[in-house]
Design a protein around this ligand. Structure first.
Ligand SMILES: NC(=O)C1=CN([C@@H]2O[C@H](COP(=O)(O)OP(=O)(O)OC[C@H]3O[C@@H](n4cnc5c(N)ncnc54)[C@H](OP(=O)(O)O)[C@@H]3O)[C@@H](O)[C@H]2O)C=CC1
Ligand SMILES: O=C(O)C(=O)Cc1ccc(O)cc1
Length: 436
């Protein structure tokens, strides 16, 4: 391919995905993880002649032309402090962490001034095909020639390149990823607190409930540091997560007090702000019933069971209060965010379904215990994030992770299938409307 050598420091799930794809495209890759992983990685990559596993980041840094740090965001400062000064003269450095503020700060602090900085962020997990997914590329301190080189290296992913500044990246991902994760983390917490496995309860099976269950399990099957980093280290994320918790609490109070008029007006005001202007006659929804019903972890009940969808009402309320129009962020969104937006849209663009949510919220007491736990959960996640409490985040995340663990293999399979099918559906919808 090219003469440039690509360095990867951190061979976890994302680092390995990059190493495989970049080396398959013909580039030479020099990679390392922590020294204890040297033997295992060497044997894992022994059949790839383009990949050389080295013992540490000094050896990678001194021999590579674009070095990508793919380590935990919470470790980025320490890792760049250690290996940054060994960077080859005139090389380019970047990172794959999900939050750019600490990454860029570490680069500015520890890299020699002759080193250029071009960072990136693939907006999807390691198990998703990168083709067509957004790939943010950040030219922080580099010549056009160097940016082109990074783009050429990453073109093998066939992703959609989105050039952004680090600040803009962090603002968008706070609006999209961080607050979406807060909702799913809270759902899992509430189910665990009520000792439920939602796929075993008829009212939680079918339609949009499938999306909630599959995505919650998907998040809990991943590593805690990915979500903690996104929420705690992103300077813009705390306010969004706090607003989500406030929206949950305020809506729940209106439900408990039976304030029909106030609740209805608030839900409708949020709908007008978030979905109102986008409505075009005959416009199709992102998701439909048949598609949603296909991906279930349990048996579908004969009749759909009503739900007040507090988690969705609070999401739209939160966007409304913060002046966020989620469609503006589609260009820089993850599959999870698109599915989450898809199910909120599904409820809010169906007059009858939204009215049913409001009625259920006010008249049906059978959800009170779930909603109470959900409200506690949203507030507690927000509190841990606001306090910057990494250990507290980890402890809670891993406790709930253990509770759901036995179902991860099946949930991952169903979740991957769901994301693939729904994404294909969205893509063909997009190309149809582009052709009109
Ligand atoms: N997983 C995802 O869905 C996505 C993650 N990201 C971001 O990508 C980055 C990597 O994530 P992911 O691959 O999932 O996480 P992993 O935990 O799988 O990978 C991180 C790797 O970096 C290693 N590491 C830590 N310190 C050093 C060091 N000093 N030298 C060499 N290697 C080191 C870790 O080793 P050890 O475990 O021993 O600490 C670990 O193997 C994160 O910043 C994450 O936010 C971005 C997009 C998607
Ligand atoms: O889609 C999501 O939000 C995920 O959970 C996967 C993920 C996690 C971290 C990232 O930086 C990008 C994607």
């Amino acid at each position: 391919m090219g003469d440039a050598v690509v360095g990867i420091i951190g061979m976890g799930d994302m680092g390995k995905m990059y190493a495989r794809r970049i080396s398959d495209a013909g580039w030479k890759v020099h990679a390392c993880d922590v020294p204890e992983q040297y033997e295992t990685l060497t044997s894992e990559f022994s059949n790839r002649k383009n990949v050389s596993i080295l013992e540490n980041g000094h050896l990678v840094s001194r021999s590579s032309d674009w070095i990508m740090y793919s380590v935990e965001a919470k470790n980025i400062d320490a890792v760049v402090r250690t290996y940054g000064p060994s960077t080859k003269m005139g090389a380019i450095v970047g990172g794959q962490t999900s939050t750019k503020a600490p990454e860029i700060a570490a680069f500015e602090k520890h890299l020699p001034p002759d080193v250029e900085i071009v960072s990136c962020h693939s907006l999807h997990g390691p198990g998703v095909n990168p083709k067509g997914q957004p790939l943010v590329i950040i030219n922080h301190r580099a010549s056009q020639k160097s940016v082109k080189l990074v783009e050429r290296i990453l073109s093998c992913l066939e992703s959609k390149v989105v050039p952004l500044s680090a600040e803009k990246h962090d603002r968008i991902t706070a609006d999209t990823q961080a607050v979406t994760h807060a909702a799913f983390l809270s759902m899992g917490t509430a189910w665990q607190a009520n000792k439920q496995f939602p796929w075993e309860i008829p009212r939680y099976i079918g339609g949009i409930e499938n999306v909630k269950i599959n995505l919650t399990l998907r998040i809990y099957s991943n590593k805690w540091h990915v979500y903690a980093g996104l929420a705690i280290l992103n300077p813009s994320a705390k306010a969004q997560i706090r607003q989500y918790a406030e929206s949950v609490t305020e809506l729940f109070k209106l439900m408990l007090a039976g304030h029909r008029k106030e609740l209805t007006e608030r839900v409708h005001a949020a709908r007008a702000a978030v979905f109102g202007k986008q409505r075009v006659e005959g416009e199709q929804l992102l998701l439909d019933d048949e598609l949603l019903d296909r991906f279930s972890l349990g048996d579908k009940p004969a009749q759909r069971v009503k739900n007040n969808h507090l988690s969705l009402l609070a999401m739209v309320d939160c966007w409304y209060k913060l002046g966020i129009v989620p469609y503006d962020h589609m260009i820089c969104s993850t599959p999870l965010f698109r599915l989450w937006l898809g199910i909120t849209e599904y409820v809010y663009r169906n007059e009858e379904l939204l009215a049913e949510c409001i009625d259920t919220a006010l008249d049906d007491n059978s959800f009170r215990a779930d909603d109470l736990e959900f409200t506690f959960a949203a507030r507690d996640w927000s509190e841990r994030v606001s306090l910057g409490n990494m250990d507290g985040y980890r402890e809670k995340f891993e406790r709930i992770q253990n509770y759901f663990k036995p179902r991860f293999p099946e949930a991952t399979k169903v979740g991957n299938e769901m994301i693939k099918t729904i994404e294909e559906n969205l893509n063909s919808r997009r190309s149809q409307s582009a052709a009109l």
